[in-house]
Ligand binder design. Structure first.
Ligand SMILES: NC(=O)C1=CN([C@@H]2O[C@H](COP(=O)(O)OP(=O)(O)OC[C@H]3O[C@@H](n4cnc5c(N)ncnc54)[C@H](OP(=O)(O)O)[C@@H]3O)[C@@H](O)[C@H]2O)C=CC1
Ligand SMILES: CC(=O)N[C@@H](CCC(=O)OP(=O)(O)O)C(=O)O
Length: 349
């Protein structure tokens, strides 16, 4: 086990946590040395997640930082916002590498964090230190750092779909509207009325309109990439399916650009990046194309009549939107091939 990285997962009893385990079990360079729960330590993960019975056989550990340090080198914190803010400083202080899946360290401005997340902001020096791991865009920046903040699920789908056109100056970010839909697993395993079967099934609803915590995250990145302040209208919807995010994005085009030109721009931008696939002319992606995988698929419809383009992107919220991108970031942090452990083909149908 000489060069094996020892990995612990806090929040291993949540949807993001079990998805991390699913992929990490097949990763050639790591060993899962601790699965951690604040509420069920001493029990077996397979008791609550029968799909892991006889696969994960170690008992759940509690949240004990010295023990985590003794057993592991890197920790994924798949914990709720507010919880990560308190845990991560202790883990970093203990000398662990950390990849945090929550929204706690994505915004660089603590006051903005408190405004949107309604929690006390983490220490400003850690907001400064956290490297935002949008892997295809900032992959070079995460190499060798001790602490990565993994992007949100909606921002991943949105930003991968927009950044090439924004950077090229082909779309006017001031005209941008993002219409985003998510499967219910995006809300985590906790129970709540909005994920109650009889209220969710055969239903389709908008939520957190103009109030979603991913709005400032998207604007922060687009502002950086556009080199000028960007605000956006971003509306989230819940769809009665388990996994998947589909973002439909509308913006005015600078000049005349055809679908073929968009396809060429994006194909060149993402050349060599395994996990972004560009749809051919006249095809727009569906969530089933990426189900259970780390792919993001992107398609275009440029409309000369209106001078706008419609960009459609899809991801699996639990994989590219959470656990998969977190593992991709670990690979980049460690200087490994970014696809290690992630090469599962999407499940279809
Ligand atoms: N679901 C998704 O699609 C995505 C989720 N995220 C983010 O990833 C994080 C995890 O999400 P998800 O797995 O869906 O959420 P879940 O609600 O499914 O799981 C969260 C886990 O955190 C653990 N937890 C709760 N309180 C504490 C605490 N005080 N100390 C330690 N552990 C605690 C719980 O386990 P236990 O009680 O056993 O300790 C629980 O299993 C969240 O921040 C979420 O916003 C990001 C992108 C996408
Ligand atoms: C469907 C659904 O409810 N999705 C969640 C996504 C939560 C999430 O990923 O939150 P952070 O990225 O801020 O950690 C939501 O809209 O709030």
């Amino acid at each position: 086990m000489g060069n094996t990285l020892r990995v612990a997962i806090i929040g291993s009893t949540g949807y993001g946590g079990v998805e991390l385990i699913r992929f990490l079990l097949g990763h050639p360079n790591i060993q899962i040395t601790s699965v951690i729960s604040s509420s069920s330590s001493g029990s077996l993960l397979g008791d609550g997640f029968p799909h892991l019975r006889d696969i994960v056989t170690d008992l759940l550990d509690g949240v004990d930082v010295p023990l985590i340090r003794e057993k592991s080198d890197l920790v994924f914190t798949a914990t709720p916002s507010g919880v990560s803010a308190k845990l991560v400083p202790q883990l970093l202080e203990a000398g662990l590498k950390v990849i945090d899946l929550s929204g706690d360290f994505r915004l660089k401005d603590g006051a903005l964090y408190e405004q949107w997340y309604k929690h006390d902001a983490p220490p400003q020096e850690l907001l400064n230190e956290a490297v935002y791991g949008l892997a295809e865009i900032y992959g070079e920046e995460v190499r060798d750092v001790p602490f990565i903040s993994n992007p949100g699920c909606y921002p991943t789908a949105t930003l991968l779909g927009l950044i090439p056109a924004v950077k090229a100056g082909w779309i006017d970010p001031a005209t941008l509207i993002v219409d985003a839909k998510s499967g219910v697993s995006g809300a985590g395993r906790g129970l709540g009325l909005t994920v109650h079967y009889s209220e969710m099934n055969e239903n389709f609803l908008a939520y957190k309109v103009n109030q979603h915590q991913h709005i400032p995250e998207i604007e922060q990145v687009l502002t950086r990439e556009a080199g000028k302040p960007v605000t956006t209208t971003f509306t989230t919807h819940l769809v009665p399916m388990t996994r998947g995010i589909l973002c439909t994005m509308y913006a005015s085009v600078n000049g005349n650009r055809t679908n073929a030109e968009f396809i060429q721009l994006y194909s060149e931008f993402y050349k060599g990046r395994k996990f972004v696939r560009i749809s051919p002319e006249g095809k727009w992606p569906a969530t089933k194309e990426v189900w259970g995988s780390n792919y993001c698929n992107i398609g275009f419809a440029a409309d000369a009549r209106t001078g706008r383009v419609t960009i459609v992107s899809v991801i699996d919220n639990l994989v590219k939107g959470a656990a998969g991108q977190a593992i991709q970031n670990m690979n980049l942090m460690m200087g490994w091939n970014e696809a290690l452990g992630l090469e599962l083909t999407p499940a279809f149908p």
